[in-house]
Write a protein that binds this ligand. Structure first.
Ligand code: DGP
Length: 113
């Protein structure tokens, strides 16, 4: 399931280049183009669903794999003990790309909520 005009689908398919961090059969992880922390990795299911909630409703296997790859990324990046996970949902929740993804942020101290 893909969407031709979806930026993350085009990254998942390899049409657009990216700095790959990790991947599995169901999920890929790559560096955010506009990092908000020293480590800022996007973890993206290959399946196109607009939000993390829609992904959960569509496939618990894909949802679980997102979290498994997040755990792998935090280990690889040396931030397993201290990091922040963000899943923006909807434009009012700060989401700008409507293909489900998690932000893995680390390498700094987070004080703000
Ligand atoms: P969100 O606002 O939660 O939908 O997050 C989208 C993120 O995607 C944002 O932090 C910037 C990042 N981004 C946008 N375009 C690209 C791109 O072409 N490549 C990469 N690696 N990241 C992108």
């Amino acid at each position: 399931m893909t969407s031709d005009d979806c930026l993350f689908c085009r990254i998942v398919s390899g049409e657009l280049p990216t700095e790959l961090v990790a991947q599995s059969e169901r999920t890929i992880a790559f560096r955010d183009i506009n990092p908000a922390a020293p480590v800022h990795v996007l973890v993206v299911p290959r399946r196109h669903e607009p939000t993390i909630g829609a992904l959960a409703a569509a496939s618990t296997e894909d949802l679980a794999d997102v979290f498994a790859l997040i755990a792998q990324v935090t280990q690889q990046e040396g931030i397993a003990e201290h990091h922040r996970l963000v899943f923006n949902t909807g434009s009012k929740g700060g989401q700008s790309i409507f293909h489900a993804h998690g932000h893995v942020l680390g390498g700094k101290v987070f004080t703000e909520r």
